[in-house]
Design a protein around this ligand. Sequence first.
Ligand code: HBI
Ligand code: FE
Length: 291
Amino acid sequence: DVAILVTGGDGQGAALRGDYARSGAGFMVDQGWDGYKAADHALWRALYDRQSALMARYAAPAFIDGLKRLDARDGIPDFRRTSEVLHRAMGWTLVAVPGLIPEKDFFDHLAARRFPVTNWLRRPEEMDYLVEPDVFHDFFGHVPLLTHRVFADYLAAYGAKGAQAIALGGQEALARLYWYMVEFGLIATPDGLRAYGAGMLSSRGETRFCLDSPEPHRIGFDLERVMRTRYRIDDYQRTYFVLDSYDQLFQATGADFAPVYARLKGLPDIAPTTLLPTDRVFTRGRQVGCP
Ligand code: HBI
Ligand code: FE
């Protein structure tokens, strides 16, 4: 039964909410845009307004630019329309999926410049938090940066690395790279640190926490450091990694990861709260209340 399980980051699994029975190749489904109700669009606008109000202070300039270009405030966007805009800009399209899909299919979509977007919206009582990605997380969080040349190219290059990772036992390392640099990435700008990750920018609480809180570490990006660091899926992150530029991320994926995975096999994982002497520290977190 495909609906049962997709294994999350560090091995945690969960039952999934979407309708997987209707999905075809690559778990693609019809978005079913005509099926959204007025209440769904209203909830979208509430989420959108709440979140977009925070962006000027917290989000990276490239994210803010992309969000404006998507013109998605009025209601849950029709992916066919957004795909036209994205395809003209960067060669990406959006495909609807029922929710989390197996890693292999996920990587294949990214490599083909198709971004999988969940087609259902959370319930009103889940405004602040839900476990699985929904259309608000996937679209508001991820799609704006698909309008940015370098980041869009990075994400496709990332997807193209999936098959090798699966063959060499590097999935965990590759998944951590996604988690820290696509879901929860920070970037240094002339005005200070800014967030560009979908995980924090689709969450009202973590948008503020990731930049304002004295608790988490903020450490300069280093590919192998990121790949060795475990992460939490049930709470705000204890460490965020900081890019100097999206180019830095793209350059890092230019390397062959086979020797990287081989090296990582001999090295221990790093806990989410650990700071190493070799880290380039932007801020050292207090890590209060963390084991
Ligand atoms: N499926 N729809 C969806 N969205 C994701 O972000 C996603 C996924 N499947 C697997 C997956 N992410 C992770 O394993 C990534 O770390 C690769
Ligand atoms: Fe995501």
